[in-house]
Design a protein around this ligand. Structure first.
Ligand code: NAD
Length: 326
């Protein structure tokens, strides 16, 4: 077991998803007994297939809204990393289900954590809890006025986690993520923009930028998010605290398109421009000084390196897919 990780058994919800699978991998390789919990609505078995041979890895199919099934998985767990959440598509098509998962599922996990003596609960939240920016850079004290069902249900989950710290002394820490990218991110048209651009260019297709491409995104590499989760779990004095988990890197969508094309050696990328998406946010300027100070987070992956890892992975993934289908 890695030094300075004081927990024996971790439970990671959303463990077969994009971020969750990287966290599971890190914990398993650290020697921590790790249970991945996922209902496979968006998660994929292939994201965890490479961990099957590890004795300290357990993969469970379970819906976090199913309390009796979830209860059985908590035996001996001393740290929970809660990454499961409904996709934004569910939020639009079925907001009631979005509420059940992001608020109700989180509540189930918190109750079980309290009742079984879990020592630490790290909660994945989102920058969507802020709603429209009222000032820059946005720090953790920025007003919370989410404008989507997803933002509201994620805010409820975050507030429940904080309330459990106040009411029951459960040690919870909340990390608000922004534009995470890296290998294994969903690349269908509802996925992450880096993965979508990589997939389309790799398939010889044009990309579409909605708006004029001057909108900025604050990209953070997935390994840095994993590191932030470990730091949140292991740093004293973070009970009830909320952190912006963002690297501070700012890239416009036009710049991103050019960088992805460059890495794929495409001299003249085909870029189409569409209408602005309703409610699209033009500027992201996130204050990450609190997480840097308290959790000693340095966000070590620079954007070019992170992009290279992601594109190399995408290239292999699509080549393998092509080979499997031929
Ligand atoms: N990727 C980002 O840029 C980003 C930004 C902000 C916040 N987040 C948060 O990070 C977390 C992880 O997101 P991700 O990008 O890895 O998404 P993802 O969709 O790849 O992972 C979420 C996982 O949760 C699982 N899940 C959904 N509903 C479930 C349920 N009822 N029971 C059990 N499992 C369920 C899905 O099957 C999926 O594997 C989420 O909490 C999300 O809100 C992500």
């Amino acid at each position: 077991m890695e030094k300075n990780f004081p927990f024996q058994k971790a439970l990671v919800t959303g463990g077969a998803g994009f971020i969750g699978s990287h966290l599971v991998e890190k914990l398993v390789k650290m020697g921590v007994e790790t249970v991945s919990v996922d209902d496979y609505f968006a998660g994929k078995h292939e994201n965890l297939a490479h961990l099957k041979s590890y004795d300290n890895f357990q993969e469970e199919k379970c819906d976090i809204t199913d309390l009796p099934a979830l209860t059985k998985l908590f035996q001996g767990v001393d740290v929970v990393f809660h990454q499961a959440a409904s996709k934004k598509t569910i939020c639009i098509n079925n907001p009631r289900r979005d509420l059940e998962i992001n608020a109700g599922g989180t509540f189930n996990l918190l109750e079980l954590s309290r009742d079984t003596g879990v020592k630490k609960f790290v909660h994945a939240s989102t920058g969507s809890v802020y709603g429209e920016a009222q000032y820059f850079p946005q720090d953790e004290k920025h007003p919370l006025d989410p404008t989507s069902y997803y933002g509201v249900s994620k805010l409820a989950g975050e507030k429940y986690a904080r309330a459990f710290s106040h009411l029951y002394d459960l040690d919870t820490t909340m990390l608000r993520y922004f534009h995470i990218y890296g290998p294994r991110q969903e690349s269908s048209d509802v996925g992450g923009v880096v993965s979508i651009f990589a997939r389309r260019f790799l398939h010889g297709q044009p990309i579409t930028i909605f708006g004029d491409g001057t909108q900025e995104r604050s990209f953070t590499y997935v390994e840095d998010v994993v590191q932030a989760n470990i730091a949140a779990a292991t740093t004293e004095g973070t009970k009830g605290q909320v952190y912006n988990c963002a690297s501070g890197i700012k890239v416009t969508i036009n710049e991103l398109a050019q960088l992805v094309a460059q890495q794929l050696d495409i001299a003249e990328p085909e870029i189409q421009y569409g209408d602005w998406l309703p409610g699209d946010i033009k500027v992201f300027d996130i204050d990450n000084s609190k997480i840097k100070r308290d959790l000693k987070m340095n966000f070590l992956t620079d954007f070019e390196a992170g992009l290279k890892y992601t594109i190399d992975w995408s290239r292999d993934y699509f080549l393998n897919q092509k080979a499997a289908n031929s």
